[in-house]
Design a protein around this ligand. Sequence first.
Ligand code: URA
Length: 459
Amino acid sequence: MRMYDIIEKKRDGIELTKSEIDFVIKGYCNDEIPDYQMSALLMAIYLNKLTKSELLYLTDAMAKSAKILDLSDIKEEGKYIVDKHSTGGIGDKVTLIVLPIVASLGVTVFKMSGKGLGFTGGTADKLESIKGYDINISLEQACHQVQDIGVSLISQSPEIAIADKKLYALRDITATVESIDLIASSIMSKKLASGADKILIDVTVGNGAFMKNIEEARKLSETLVEIGNLAGKETKAIITDMNEPLGRNVGNALEIKEVISFLLSDETTLLSEEIKDLKDVVFEIAAYMIKMAGCGDDIEKNKIKIMEAITSRKAYDKFIELIKAQGGHIYEVYMDWIGMNLDMPVLEDNIKYMKEIHAQKEGYIVSIDSKKIGEALVCLGGGRQKKDDIIDYAVGFEFNKKVGDKVKEEETILKVLYNDKEKFDLAFDYIQDAIVIDNIDENLALALKSKPHVLDIIG
Ligand code: URA
C-alpha cells in the first residue's frame, strides 16, 4: 500500500477502505508517513468529505491509536459513566459547574479536559488558575480519586488517542480544522477511547464557536450521535448558543470566581435574569447527564434536584472536595451572610490595572461578538496564540451589560482587568469592535434578551 495512491483516490472522490484508513493512521503515528503527505490527504478530506463508512473507520482507527480506558472498576452497579464534552466557546465554564453538581447527586464523573488554543478557552487552563491544582495526575490516580470522592477532572491524557493529538496540530496549520467530518472524528476518537458508557456533547453555535449556524451545528450533532451510537455508546448532543460570551466573566481566574458564585447562589439568584444564559445551559446539560447516568429519568425532576444541590451547598462542597483532592489550595473566609466560614480556592488573580469600557451612545446592546472577545483575551495574555505560550490567568473581562440591555451614554458595559498596558492597547480594538449599540425597538430588545440558549437536542 502506498500513501500516494490513497491521496490520489481521495482526491478523485473514491471511497477509502478500512485497511487503507488503518494504514494511514498507523503510518502517521509511527512517523512513517510525513506531514506533507498527511496534509494533502487532510485537504482532500476537507474538500471531498468522508462517506459514513470512512468516517467510522477513521474514528475507530484514531481511537485505537493508543490506550483504550477501562472504567469498569469505578462503575457502580446499575449506573453508567457519562462523559461530557463541549465543542468550545467564550466564557464557557459549564463543565466546572456541571461536574460538581452531578457528582453531588451520585453521578460518577471521570473527565478529561483540553487546554485552550486560539480564541477559545480551555477548561484545563481555568483549573490551573487555582493555585496548586494538579491537572496532570495520572489516569490511575484519577481513577482512585473517583472511587474516593466520585469525581476527577484532569487534563486530556497524552496516552489517549495519540493520532488525534498529531492530526489536530497538523490541521491547525493547514486550514483543515473546520471540517465537520474531521471535527467529529477528532472528538469521538477521544470520547470512545476514554472508557465512558455514554457521551453527552455540548455543540456550541455562533460567532464564538466552530459551527457558525444552526444547520451546521445540527449536521455536526447528527454526525457525533451517529458515530457514538454505532460504536455502542448512547450519545446525545445539546446545541447551545455561543453568539455572545456565556455568563458574565471571561478569563481563567475570573471564570472560576463566576463558578464559585454560581455554586453559592440562592433560589432567587438562580431564577433571576442576571444569570439566565449560564443557568439554562448548566441545568439542561446536568439534567441530561443525570438521566443518562441512570440517576433520574425525569428531566424536570432532575432540574429540581439540581436546584436543591446548589441551594443546599452540596454542589459547592463537592467542588471544594475535588479541588482539595487534586492539591488545590484553599483558604477559609468568614461569610457574613451565612454567619460561618467557607472554604475558598486560592486563585492566580493578581491584577495591576482595571479599565471600564463605556457606552459611546445611548441605546440597546444588540450584539457582543464572542470571537472578538476571545481574541481580545488572547491579546491580554489570557489565552494562547501558540501552544507553548504562558498564560496570565488573572486577566479578563467582567460584563455589567449583556445583549438586550439598555445603556445610557458613558454607562459601563464591561471592566477589563489587565497586567500590561501594551497588551491592553492590542486588545482594545477587538473589544470596541465586539460591542454594537443601536436604537432598536423596546420589544426587539426584550426578544434579544430572552432568546433561548439551549437551541436543540439531538439523539
Ligand atoms: N474539538 C476537538 O476535540 N476537535 C476538533 O477538531 C474541534 C474541537
